[in-house]
Design a protein around this ligand. Structure first.
Ligand code: ASP
Length: 456
């Protein structure tokens, strides 16, 4: 049995719906279908989730922005009308949005989550109606009925372990199950969404809960590429990569698969196959527990922006017992999660995502470090990008780092930081944002010489 997830662009219009229906029909193993909210139909379009966020922002004590409300309705109306589905569906869509608004009006966070979740919830209902109109046995399953029990943190849900036995019970339901992605229910009874792009996470959880043989993730690219096609023309396509490799690449900018979506399937070693809704015959990329190393130590290069580094020096830091612990405790207290902590004898840096140091947060963190740790020097460096060179074969190959530094030197990129974890599945380089594209292109040329456009 397979779990199939369709991303926003795959369910953005009636035309896309038809492709989805034939993909489901092409393989009887495709049992559970997870849908995103309707995404972009073209480059300038707005995702339904963003329209819903706009609507949530407009909700006041008694009213809301009618234009924002109509904007959301129009997305579903287009699909319902073009597929000639029962018009009562639109009454349901409208009623649902009104109900969420009146239920959560008093709490901004809950309202936002409630409306965001409506995007996938309504799409799952419309998709179910469409499959039924084609004569398929399809059932809409709400995340509540599916047993998607999550933590109660708005916009940042995490699945709870007790959800899995509940999900397993869905196996007994006959026909195709259509489940909205992106959210679950907390014990407090609230709708809680996963982070943005979280329908991937739902798909993975359902795949693990149902013990699926495969989790197919349909999107709008033929495969995962070894580097962003925005930076390199026709980069190498990847046929297969491991969970660890995918995790590293997704963490650092490969947005094709959510970086939190692997955990549920890793445990059960369920393969993930990323495929293209617009070209389902293309082979796609398989993400698996282990793969044959084919003599290529590096499989991909990813980069992500929006980091900053809190740098400090203190004479004899290496002798001071508990310095690192106290530093990290300050960050914990202030609710700042860190990404990396490169250090020297008398210096230490903490790399964090810049958005975490909002408003007064930065001044508070710096003041506490200065006062409680009595550092000699303290400053924040902004506009940093992280480049990740990833590959399972790296730990058996000598000279990977030297090639990288050579490539970065050729690109004229100043290396601010180097970090290699003990697993040696990745090597990370911190550079200035303005250097990142040149740096990635140069790394691509050194690790993938003369292979442009070929498949792995
Ligand atoms: N619709 C949500 C978003 O745009 C979740 C998803 O598509 O995975 O983030």
């Amino acid at each position: 049995m397979k779990v199939v997830k369709f991303g926003g662009s795959s369910v953005a219009s009636a035309t896309q719906y038809k492709k989805v229906a034939s993909i489901i029909a092409a393989d009887p193993e495709r049992k559970a279908v997870i849908v995103s909210a309707p995404g972009k139909r073209h480059a300038e379009d707005t995702k339904t989730t963003d329209l819903l966020i706009r609507l949530a922002d407009s909700v006041g004590e008694r009213d809301f922005n009618e234009e924002a409300f109509q904007g959301v309705l129009a997305r579903y109306r287009d699909i319902v009308e073009e597929l000639e589905l029962d018009s009562s569906l639109m009454t349901e869509v409208e009623g649902h949005l009104h109900e969420v608004i009146s239920m959560y009006r008093q709490s901004k966070d809950r309202l936002l989550d409630g409306l965001k979740a409506s995007g996938e919830d309504l799409n799952a209902k419309v998709m179910t109606a469409y499959l039924q109109s084609l004569g398929r046995k399809a059932t809409y399953i709400s995340p509540k009925k599916a047993g998607m029990i999550v933590t109660d943190e708005p916009g940042n849900a995490q699945i709870l372990p007790e959800a899995y036995p509940e999900i397993a019970k869905l196996r007994d339901i006959e026909g195709i199950l259509v489940i909205p992605g992106f959210f679950g229910y907390s014990y407090e009874g609230n709708i809680v969404t996963f982070p943005r792009g979280g329908s991937d996470i739902t798909g993975s959880i359902i795949a693990a809960g149902l013990d699926a043989t495969e989790y197919e993730n349909f999107t709008d690219v033929d495969s995962i590429y070894c580097v962003s096609p925005k930076m390199v023309d026709k980069p190498r396509e990847l046929k297969e990569l491991t969970y660890r490799e995918m995790r590293e690449l997704a963490y650092s900018g490969f947005s094709v698969f959510h970086d939190e979506a692997l955990q549920p399937v890793v445990h059960k070693k369920i393969p993930v196959c990323v495929k293209n809704t617009n070209r389902p015959e293309a082979r796609g990329t398989r993400i698996v527990a282990s793969r044959e190393l084919d003599g290529r130590p590096v499989i991909g290069i990813a980069s992500d922006e929006g980091f900053c580094s809190i740098n400090m020096t203190k004479y004899l830091m290496n002798r001071e017992l508990g310095f690192g612990r106290k530093l990290l405790a300050i960050l914990e207290d202030e609710g700042v999660s860190y990404e990396h902590t490169p250090s020297g004898i008398d210096n230490m840096s903490v790399i964090v995502r810049s958005h975490q140091l909002y408003n007064g947060q930065e001044a508070r963190v710096l003041n506490r470090i200065r006062e409680e740790l009595q550092v000699d020097e303290l400053y924040v460096e902004r506009d940093l990008a992280m480049i990740m060179v990833v590959g399972e074969g790296m730990n058996q190959t000598i000279g990977i780092a030297s090639k990288a530094t050579q490539a970065l030197a050729q690109a004229g990129a100043n290396i601010k930081m180097i970090n290699q974890g003990s697993s040696e599945v990745s090597m990370m380089f911190g550079v200035n944002v303005e250097d990142v594209e040149r740096a990635v292109q140069s790394l691509y040329h050194i690790y993938f010489p003369a292979e442009v456009g070929q498949e792995a």
